[in-house]
Design a protein around this ligand. Structure first.
Ligand code: CO8
Length: 257
């Protein structure tokens, strides 16, 4: 039984996952992450499903990660729990994912849409990475997938200013593949998924794998990531203790936090 999403089967081999936290504009809390990734994994294993559509409401696809849930977390909390790493499960779904976006797709909402393979927007869609206005940066792939999708100049613009772009600009930028009227969004997205679901199942998975390969990181990026994480260890007690213990020639008393 899920509380933050609903799962339906609107057409033969198509499953539709609808985010369902209207009171929070579908803000993505940990429960949503768990329910959505689990539902997608179950559908991925279901031989009767050929493609999966993910959508929100008319007002909001998702207005970001849940700020109220995050607000009081410490560095140790988010680091130890590896916040947002659970979303990676969605990118391991092998069947094509179609995002149907109406209204706000902000922060984690934009990042969730970008984890999908085909992104269809209603004319009402608004995309943005407003994390900078909260004093943080994108944490679910926004700085990486957005840059690959729309290029450095636009990604820097969106991530540094937090401004929103409308569906037309998102299409011009290459973020979305089609823009449709809001009242036919689900119908169109389900139609695209139904068409994909008629194709060879292994071929659709191979296309997905092949296109996604184009997004894989190279050595330089991996090294930069490693270096930045290395830098962040200097925020911990254990780095100070470990290095002091070396100098003092004694065993380190790590707190692991
Ligand atoms: N989280 C929690 N609650 C939210 C969120 C959110 N992201 N967005 C909206 N809500 C809630 C509001 O608080 C409000 O609840 P309540 O009625 O209890 O006050 C309800 O949804 C309705 O929202 P509004 O009244 O604000 O609706 P409006 O139509 O006036 O405004 C907006 C709509 C413009 C979308 C506005 O709600 C907004 O700006 N939301 C926040 C958008 C945002 O900043 N998103 C990015 C979040 S951060 C993120 O996604 C990644 C963080 C990565 C950090 C890494 C850390 C490890």
């Amino acid at each position: 039984m899920t509380e933050t999403i609903t799962v339906t089967r609107p057409a033969g081999r198509v499953a539709l996952i609808t985010l369902n936290r209207p009171q929070a504009l579908n803000a993505l809390n940990l429960q949503t992450m768990q329910e959505l990734t689990e539902a997608a994994a179950v559908l991925d294993r279901d031989a009767g499903v050929g493609a999966i559509v993910i959508t929100g409401s008319a007002k909001a696809f998702a207005a970001g990660a849940d700020i109220k849930e995050m607000a009081t977390q410490s560095f140790s909390d988010v680091y130890a729990a590896d916040w947002f790493a659970g979303w990676d499960a969605l990118t391991r779904v092998r069947k094509p994912l179609v995002a149907a976006v109406a209204g706000y797709a902000l922060g984690g909402g934009c990042e969730l849409a970008m984890m999908c393979d085909v992104l269809i927007a209603a004319g009402t869609a608004k995309f943005g990475q407003p994390e900078i206005t909260l004093g943080v940066i994108p944490g679910m792939g926004g700085s990486q997938r957005l840059t690959r999708a729309i290029g450095k100049a636009k990604a820097m613009d969106l991530c540094l200013t937090g401004r929103m772009i409308d569906a037309a600009e998102a299409e011009r930028s290459g973020l979305v593949s089609r823009v449709v009227e809001a009242d036919v969004l689900i119908e169109e997205a389900v139609g695209v998924a139904a068409k994909i679901a008629t194709m060879s199942a292994p071929a659709t998975m191979m296309v997905k794998e092949a296109v996604n390969r184009a997004f894989e990181t190279g050595l330089a990026e991996g090294l930069l990531f490693e270096r930045r994480v290395f830098h962040s260890t200097f925020a911990t007690y254990d780095q100070k203790e470990g290095m002091a213990a070396f100098t003092d020639k004694r065993p380190a008393g790590f707190r692991h936090a």
